[in-house]
Design a protein around this ligand. Structure first.
Ligand code: F6R
Length: 248
């Protein structure tokens, strides 16, 4: 079952999710967390940076796993997930460098790199934070992904490639493939948080929660997880009936 928590404004949403993350880390300082990039988590990361700067939480003992990464574009491109996560979060908090785990599309043997990443994920993650694509993807697990999928190289849906122009900039080469943590490690996590904001996510949030569970909308597979939370702002929740909402 998914708990759906709605916040009145984007500011409220970002503040509350950041505070919740800081509280989580304060409770479990050695937590192993997988983190997404993209536009959605940026205001949340800003709040987490503030909380860490204020001494409310620390990343020092935590392990951070990058959720996914774009391939076929320069490692220092501004839209690479590793670059985005550093810019929004890692450069401003006290994460221990050897506790940051990234996916490397430049690895000589990508399959071996993915297998090594999955070996590290054998011990289930304490928290996976996710955004959601308008087609229901989580990480880069595009429609059609099996729930037992592993960390692997994936081809991106054309709409995902198109959407990545917001990260890489007009005129830049856009990625057509990537590497993602699979649904298997996501579904094995103790806690899953999916973040969605803005009216552009309202249709997919409704469909994922109310239409039948199906691999055609990978995020709907989260409905079978025992401890999954959707944190949505009013715009992303605008197509949901009130009865679907839980108390935060
Ligand atoms: C990024 C990721 C993707 C995004 C999704 C939404 O690490 O895993 O699944 O969360 O594409 O992107 P934004 O947040 O830019 O709308």
């Amino acid at each position: 079952m998914i708990h759906v928590v709605r916040y009145d404004s984007p500011q409220d949403w970002a503040e509350h999710v950041a505070a919740r993350f800081a509280a989580f880390l304060a409770d479990e300082p050695a937590a192993r967390v997988a983190l997404p990039t993209g536009a959605t988590p940026e205001p949340v990361y800003a709040g987490i940076v503030e909380a860490v700067s204020a001494g409310i939480a620390s990343f020092r003992r935590a392990h951070v796993f990058l959720l996914d990464e774009f391939g076929g574009v320069p490692p220092d491109a501004k839209g690479r997930c590793d670059v985005m996560l550093h810019r929004a979060l890692l450069d401003h908090v006290d994460v221990t460098p050897s506790h940051y785990h990234r996916l490397d599309p430049e690895a000589e043997d990508v399959a071996a790199m993915c297998a090594a990443y999955d070996a590290e994920l054998k011990q289930p993650l304490d928290l996976v934070m996710l955004g959601i694509g308008r087609n229901g993807h989580v990480g880069m697990n595009e429609p059609g992904t099996s729930p037992d999928s592993a960390t692997r190289r994936v081809e991106l849906a054309p709409s995902t490639t198109q959407a990545s122009v917001r990260y890489f900039g007009e005129g830049a080469a856009l990625p057509t493939w990537g590497i993602t943590i699979g649904l298997s490690a996501i579904l094995a996590a103790r806690t899953i948080w999916l973040l969605a904001n803005g009216e552009g996510k309202a249709d997919i949030v409704r469909d994922v929660l109310l239409e039948p569970v199906s691999a055609t909308r990978p995020a709907s597979l989260l409905r079978g997880h025992p401890n999954c939370w959707f944190f949505v702002d009013a715009a992303a929740a605008s197509k949901l009936p009130v009865g679907v909402l839980s108390r935060g």
